[in-house]
Design a binder for this molecule. Sequence first.
Ligand code: FAD
Length: 397
Amino acid sequence: MSERLADHTTTRVGGPARRWVSARSEAAAVEAVRAADAAGEPLFVLGGGSNTLMADAGFEGTVVHMAFDGLEVLGEGETDPEMAEPDATDRGGDAVVVRVAAGHRWDDAVAWTVEHGLAGIEALSGIPGSAGATPVQNVGAYGADVSQVLVSLRAWDRQAPGGGAVVELSADELRFGYRDSIIKRSMVDSGAPSPRWIVLSIDLRLRRAASGAEPTAPVRYAQLAKALGVEEGSQAGLRTVREQVLALRASKGMVSDGEDHDTWSTGSYFTNPIVPASVRARLPEGAPAFAAGTAPDGTELVKLSAAWLIDHAGYGRGFGLPEVAPREGGPDGRGPDGTGLAGGRASLSTKHTLAVTNRGGASTEDVLTIARAVRDGVRERFGVELHHEPMIIGTRL
Ligand SMILES: Cc1cc2nc3c(=O)[nH]c(=O)nc-3n(C[C@H](O)[C@H](O)[C@H](O)COP(=O)(O)OP(=O)(O)OC[C@H]3O[C@@H](n4cnc5c(N)ncnc54)[C@H](O)[C@@H]3O)c2cc1C
């Protein structure tokens, strides 16, 4: 029997793969991708399934599961002149380049770096999924994102002459943006289910504390600084940062936990919308907005809070769950304000309005039903379009 995506994704939805390859080495992954491409077979590359929503009908092609791990220190002691300038708040110490295999569990890599006193990715603790997927949408949290430390990556370029080749792409070539990179664009812009570049390993530039000094990192996020009891921009111990980030994330249902349906999700379902500053002026007072640069035509841009918009459009935590006592006249606890939508099988998380969750027994369509209601409601209330963060394959929002 073919593998079901529901058994390999954090939302636990998605139909079967026609063909499933568990690639236990880089060579096996390349071979499987090459064979699928040579046969003209649709391809989907799966890491930890924490940013994937696959159609209930499944995937009519080959799914290559990146099931190989590995982590090695490539270089230590010297600052490579090719690398980005050290963070202004760094306190010296040596640059260390660590190579992580695509299938390596990301949070295991973070834990390893913290354990070894290497600063750079501690604020990205607790993000589920594989290392190879982190550059795809430039994962980020608590004031950090992977573009700040990624030097380069190795990838299988499916469009290289002769049916593909291993290439190295620098951080500049990846054109990172907010939850964006050329790898993601190669799927989104073409509508293809998998990218042009299949990431094989990533190289991260981390920093070892000066000899004898406590390994610390700058705290770049107000909520995290508050929880740590330090000023934003000041330093805190690596282990303390990791522990606090994990605690904050757990309180929001943002650490995968099989027992907790609030984490049966893809994390944040919607990205924070980046809009012209004039849009902000139309929103109620108190709507958070952060400067987000300028558009190519010079228009000033701001980043809005998707969570705020969702909440203030009337979609609170748990939206979509049946009421405890069904409303009079409403079947299955379904009321006029969306209670019981999708039969209560899917809902917004009860801890955070940004996550669309499977309460058990949900289908992909159930999850999308909730997401559509929220997206349409925000558009109607505020005239702002929310964009989905997970990759949706074989169906649409
Ligand atoms: C509880 C929870 C919390 C989360 N919190 C955050 C957060 O704080 N910040 C954040 O940015 N994200 C967050 N996410 C989203 C998700 O964890 C990240 O996007 C993660 O990097 C996805 O990794 P994955 O291996 O699970 O990707 P998958 O879901 O397996 O794949 C995602 C996409 O990347 C492609 N892909 C996967 N591996 C490769 C590869 N090796 N080469 C090329 N393409 C590949 C897939 O084809 C697919 O299009 C969260 C998710 C959950 C469930």
